[in-house]
Write a protein of this length. Sequence first.
Length: 137
Amino acid sequence: MAKAYRVVKLVTAVLTVLLTAMLIFEAADIYLGAEPGVQMYRREDIGARILTVLPVFVLWAVSAAVGTVLRVKTGEREKKRVEKPAERRTDSRAVLAARIALLAAGILFIGLGAANGGLWDVLVKAINICTECIGLG
């Protein structure tokens, strides 16, 4: 049972990476290939994008659920982790490089969203929330 849990855990991790890559690929043209004045968010386009990602998402959800059930049955949940002493706990260069890369990617996508007019969309939605739901203004 423990071996099955490790296999399902690996499959879930691979599907997570694949799903993330597919979602980035499906959304990349919004930021990179958008032409001014062209409506990018049509229902048909969004539906087609969701349908291409949906099978992988369903597989991911099933593998995550199976992994959770196997984790409970194998007792993985009750195992306590051994904490390393504070003087031995160090971040490796690979972890630091991954953190820096993720920070840079986040800053890049925030910048692309701002350049694409995303700040204006957020401002308009915030104004609508305040004036319609809360009743200000």
